[in-house]
Design a binder for this molecule. Structure first.
Ligand code: 13P
Ligand code: SF4
Length: 322
């Protein structure tokens, strides 16, 4: 059999998108997609955003069904916020390896070692870990959330690199869990240096999950939502982007007069890419796979998420190195 060509794939995607939109209306569903999703999934979504924007959107929607095109912790957060809604994750195996670098048991043990520290968990964590935390944060509001705490000592889990970045911005003692994002660590300082040589005058924006030596080379350190806002506002015509490559789709679509260069083509999150149009359609047909959190964990995890939502409205720029 011959390989389908690009026009056949586009035709098939358009057919699938039509079927999804019809079924979505019948089911009373909303489709939320993270900025790293495949382009065709982003194009179909009712809302595309970063982790904070997606959880804010989930908490506000009137839809009875949320189809979450992202990874497991994101769907779980939607379920924590909306227990009366059905939250569907089109591929139940779309997981975040960093979120799995800590368990509730290991966190409980660490808390015993540092009983005087406030526990702040990155939203990239399981509901069980959120339930053991004082407050949650995303990359968009991490500095603001931690600055707002009364204690001077913070146990930050699970991303050591986001934690390290925050520690350079706040006047607190930060104890860092040794987790990391396997996708963002693939972005190397030399990738940024090479791209800067190829594109003199380009601005460099990176995600705070990157290694410190990559962050040190950036003009701006931003959440994915912050990157989208920066791209709209900047006068720069060429922007080097240090995060998962899926965001280039949205950046290019919203800013056709600007050029976006991925810092590294290796920065692909295989889990984000597990969500396809077919799986979105099947999820709506089967009303599965569903993500739901047990009520005792949900109530405890919700406290940490609610506290974040109260404190940390989106900072357009979580911080600037310039
Ligand atoms: P954002 O909240 O900035 O979209 O980041 C989510 C994420 O998983 C980054 O790897
Ligand atoms: Fe997790 Fe990294 Fe993928 Fe984000 S990019 S979902 S942190 S593995």
């Amino acid at each position: 059999m011959n390989k389908p060509d690009v026009s056949q794939i586009m035709e098939r995607n358009a057919e699938l998108a039509g079927e999804i939109v019809r079924l979505k209306r019948r089911r009373g569903a909303i489709i939320l997609a993270h900025n790293y999703q495949r382009g065709e999934v982003q194009d179909l979504a009712d809302f595309v955003g970063d982790s904070l924007e997606l959880s804010q959107n989930a908490s506000k929607t009137d839809a009875e069904v949320i189809v979450f095109c992202g990874v497991h912790f994101m769907a779980e957060t939607a379920s924590i916020l909306c227990p009366d809604k059905k939250v569907l994750l089109p591929d139940i195996n779309a997981d975040c390896p960093m979120a799995n670098m800590i368990t509730a048991e290991s966190l409980i043990a660490k808390k015993r070692e540092v009983p005087d520290a406030a526990v702040v968990c990155y939203i990239n964590s399981s509901a069980d870990v959120k339930a053991e935390s004082d407050v949650c944060c995303t990359s968009a509001n991490a500095v603001k959330v931690i600055e707002s705490l009364e204690t001077d000592k913070v146990l930050f889990v699970p991303d050591q690199y986001l934690g390290h970045y925050i520690s350079t911005k706040v006047d607190k003692e930060m104890i860092l869990w040794p987790g990391f994002c396997p996708t963002h660590v693939k972005i190397q300082a030399e990738n940024i240096i090479d791209k800067k040589v190829e594109h003199p005058g380009a601005k460099v924006i990176v995600h705070p999950e990157c290694r410190p030596e990559v962050i040190a080379l950036a003009d701006e350190v931003l959440s994915t939502g912050g990157m989208c806002r920066f791209a709209r506002q900047t006068d720069a015509k060429v922007i080097i982007v240090g995060t998962e490559v899926g965001i280039i789709h949205r950046l290019s679509k919203e800013n056709p007069d600007k050029k976006f260069i991925a810092a590294s083509q290796k920065a692909v999150c295989p889990n984000m890419k597990k969500i396809t149009l077919e799986k979105v359609l099947w999820a709506l047909q089967d009303m599965a796979p569903e993500v739901r959190v047990t009520e005792d964990i949900r109530v405890r995890a919700r406290r940490a998420v609610d506290k974040m939502l109260e404190i940390g409205r989106v900072d357009p720029k979580i911080a600037s190195l310039s």
